[in-house]
Design a protein around this ligand. Structure first.
Ligand SMILES: *Cc1c(COP(=O)(O)O)cnc(C)c1O
Length: 433
């Protein structure tokens, strides 16, 4: 058995925590994000070549769980959370691959992290008899995934905060359709307001004493770690078949999905280059072009789940690469405007009959550019949501109606409701009390 890993805060002002403590807390007590004291290393030979995604996840995450009371349950947690396919599909027209991470119950990749976090929290001992309130700020997809993962779970209440009017109608319906222990709050503000309100509540010791709180945002290690498994699974399969590393283009907002990819590579597994595709919110592209890191208010775009002006995992990214010069040498990020998203969706619909979601289209545009520049390396575009969640954008460009996956269709048939909330820290705190 490997030695147990301790978890530290990116801000260096919190005591070391065990994995279980870090997962239960969400945010570190000094306001930083939990990171492992070091990233473990593995080789392809450590993995079962015939293993399922859940098997790959259990092998990959074992060193992160070593020594923690949750370790014994890890294979079962993986099997419970990762019970849907994450296929690496060939895109012959681009001589590339598409990693489809949206085949879970709410049709976006957020299901992976939400279901894994729920499976962990179900197994963590709680000394407090009061219900645990899980706060989640969402730009559209996270909230539904977390709601679905915790719906009707005893001892847990979920409060979903989303920016009113800035999510697609189907996303809004999904967010409000749960009822029971899951409450949707439509906030009169932007996603960054929702995120700030959640952080303020979690950082309020007095409130925490009155109402036990946790978070399910991408700042939670319990969501970040399982997202690593599909990158490892796809890259290992590609490596075994082709003998070379697969490169990834990741649609990026809060950097949770992209960071998971980078951590898998940093663990020594065969992944090549990683590129970030952003929407018009250019905080990251400007930083990678040599500018300062300037968090700002988000602007609304067609790829709304990426409407982030202050990417919360940036602290973890800096921790991973230690200094900005190394970080800038290692990664590239490009901003893709709404007009380009539309053009990319229309072009692929017309030439190849293919439909993607607007987020996936930002990465597809990066691939189109690379191919045009003569780059012939093996790339995988990460497809983060099913296009049917964004039918108002996609269908007019596609010229036909999209099939709705059965789980999404069932949610759309339920009634939905959300409570209005002002975009102020105090408003959420009052609501929680
Ligand atoms: C959340 C989300 C993203 C952005 O992922 P991050 O981990 O925040 O970078 C991209 N696309 C879709 C569909 C999403 O739901």
């Amino acid at each position: 058995m490997t030695e147990s890993l301790r978890y530290l805060s990116t801000r260096g002002g919190a005591p070391a925590a065990t994995l279980g403590e870090a997962v239960a807390a969400g945010l570190a007590p000094d306001g930083g994000l939990y990171v492992p004291e070091r990233l473990p290393t593995l080789t392809p030979a450590d993995f079962d070549p015939d293993g399922s995604l859940a098997d790959t996840a259990a092998t990959l995450l074992a060193p992160f769980f070593a020594g923690d009371p949750l370790a014994a349950g890890l294979p079962a947690i993986c099997a419970e959370a990762l019970d849907f396919p994450v296929p690496l599909r060939a895109l012959p027209q681009r001589n590339a691959q598409m990693l489809e991470v949206f085949h879970g119950p709410t049709a976006a990749f957020k299901d992976v992290g939400a279901r894994f976090l729920a499976a962990c929290l179900r197994r963590l001992p709680r000394t407090d008899a009061r219900p645990l309130t899980i706060l989640v700020a969402t730009s559209g997809d996270t909230g539904a995934a977390v709601g679905a993962a915790f719906h009707r779970q005893l001892g847990v209440r979920v409060a979903i905060l989303y920016p009113d009017g800035l999510v697609s109608p189907r996303q809004a319906h999904q967010l409000g359709c749960f009822g029971d222990n899951v409450q949707a709050l439509r906030v009169a503000g932007r996603f960054d307001d929702c995120q700030r309100m959640v952080k303020a509540a979690l950082n309020d010791a007095e409130l925490q004493a009155a109402v036990p709180l946790s978070s399910a945002n991408s700042i939670s290690l319990g969501r970040l770690l399982p997202q690593m498994s599909y990158y490892a699974h796809a890259a290992l399969a590609f490596w075994r078949e082709h003998g070379e590393p697969l490169n990834f283009i990741v649609p990026t907002g809060n950097l949770g999905n992209a960071l998971a990819c980078l951590w898998v590579r940093a663990m020594g597994l065969p992944l090549g280059e990683v590129r970030l595709a952003c929407n018009a919110n250019a905080t990251l592209p400007e930083f990678f072009a040599g500018g300062d890191y300037l968090p700002r208010e988000a602007v609304a775009t067609l790829a709304n789940a990426m409407d982030v002006g202050a990417p919360s995992n940036f602290e973890r990214l800096r921790w991973t690469f230690r200094d900005d010069a190394t970080l800038r040498r290692t990664l590239q990020a490009e901003s893709v405007a709404d007009a380009t998203i539309r053009r990319t969706l229309a072009m692929h619909a017309c030439e190849h009959g293919e439909a993607f979601c607007p987020h996936t289209a930002t990465a597809m545009h990066r691939l189109d550019d690379l191919r045009e520049q003569g780059d012939d390396r093996p790339w995988a575009v990460v497809a983060t949501a099913h296009p049917a969640k964004f039918e108002q954008v996609v269908e007019p460009l596609l010229g036909r109606t999209l099939d709705v996956p059965p789980a999404l269709a069932a949610m759309l048939q339920r009634s939905a409701s959300a409570e209005p909330l002002a975009a102020e820290d105090e408003a959420l705190k009052r609501w929680l009390r």
